[in-house]
Design a protein around this ligand. Sequence first.
Ligand SMILES: [Zn+2]
Length: 274
Amino acid sequence: MVAQLPDPIKIVRRAGDVRIHTFISSFTDDNIANATHIIESRNKLVLVDGQFLVPYALQFREYAAGIGKQIERIYLSHRHPDHWFGLGAAFSDIPIFALPETIAFLKQHGEDSLKDHWKMGNLAPKSLIIPEQTVRAGEEIIDGVKYVFDEVVDTEIDFLLTIGLPDLGVFIAQDLIYSGTHLYLTKYMEHWIGILQHMLLSDYDIFLPGHGFPADKNEVARNIEYLSVAMEAVGKGLASDAFKQFMIERFPERKCPAIFDIYMPRLFDNASEF
Ligand SMILES: [Zn+2]
């Protein structure tokens, strides 16, 4: 279901003539609070991710248009459908950048992934957009703002693009952290914890997640705790519904339990990656 109005849109940080905006889809029903972001600099907008469901992708585009500056480009953080489906609905005219592995996966499996989601009906886009521009680890100045790109492997996804904005203290972590919501778990939990511990030592103080509200280091630490508890439960043999029930009881404050049903077939039953 799609809520009548968009859930919160936040200005996360202002510094000089740069503003960081976060747009979050609904936390209710079967939604998973997809968070997409805008770096607004003096003349341009840079977007991160394209939302999942068509109505939210359109709302995100409308919000960006309302700022009144040219959308220079979009960075796609990774290949999970809840981050790129919306690109086909609302951003087909914008240059899209992604890691080479993400582009290769979408070329190979993107159409299958779209077909696999036929039950979504009009909430899924009609067509697929494959990012054509490659981004690699390194630094770039865009419209006067310093961007630090990194490629993180084997966490919530095999290949993830992160974007640091060191002059703003903002780190766009996307699905390395789930802010206030249940995490999408993978077999890489131990390595993932190591990456989060590294983030705790960084100079960044705002961490933008792929799901939920902008986070601080406390939330990063809570994600480490969540992963540690989940690893221990899996180690004890908890699986599927028993695992879900255990995690919901252990973390009653976290929202968006719909995510369990998305990842559990992959974590416990070897379902396909898309
Ligand atoms: Zn996600």
